[in-house]
Ligand binder design. Sequence first.
Ligand SMILES: Nc1nc2c(ncn2[C@@H]2O[C@H](COP(=O)(O)OP(=O)(O)OP(=O)(O)O)[C@@H](O)[C@H]2O)c(=O)[nH]1
Ligand SMILES: [Mg+2]
Length: 214
Amino acid sequence: MGIVGLPNAGKSSFFNFLTDNSVPAESFPFCTIEPNVGIFVVPDERIELLAKNEGSKKVVHPFVEVVDIAGLVKGASKGEGLGNQFLDHISKVDVIAHIVRLFEDGRVSHPYQNVDPKRDIEIVETELILKDLETVQKRLEKRMKVARTGDKEAKREVELLQNLREFLSQGKKASKFPRHDRFEEEVIESLFLLTDKPQILVFNVDELDEEKEN
Ligand SMILES: Nc1nc2c(ncn2[C@@H]2O[C@H](COP(=O)(O)OP(=O)(O)OP(=O)(O)O)[C@@H](O)[C@H]2O)c(=O)[nH]1
Ligand SMILES: [Mg+2]
């Protein structure tokens, strides 16, 4: 699971909560620079039962690996803030957790001054799409060279990638891009696009703020 969000949204706090780790989570933006990696175990009582029945010597419960990266800001894809190179660290994750700040706290600065979840979500989602555009563009350039030699498969891929680039340019997520056959599925899968992954929105509310929680 890869954690994304604006600076100071509470990503590292969430990471610490999940993993029982204590990485720095401070009130200044861009507290996290190097990605933090941790795991948390998801205990499953059925496994204990199976292990008992089978007399297993070793019991391994399922676990989730979590990656906490630097905050994204508008223009991260053009090098604003800490840029979007951090997104490379989460290109291989299975799911993205997008932390959205709802809590108000004058001691914790907000990169856009006020708490506005709708705007904040859009900023982060746009940066994810822009990162995907970059990935598609890179692959497109590579495959165009091959296509010029007359390679049929490369030609087909180029056409598909051009359509995908157009789709993402309209601000749409890769997960919504239609795939017509196994070939198209495989090409897109091989790009590890961020907006093609399942996403969980995590709203970071004030403690005991029931109104907002609702
Ligand atoms: N009042 C309040 N403060 C919070 C809450 N969640 C996180 N914080 C504080 O907000 C600050 C930023 O939290 P972090 O978890 O470091 O945020 P981050 O998203 O990892 O920030 P960067 O690494 O800088 O992008 C810290 O001082 C946290 O203690 C909350 O629910 N309420
Ligand atoms: Mg952090």
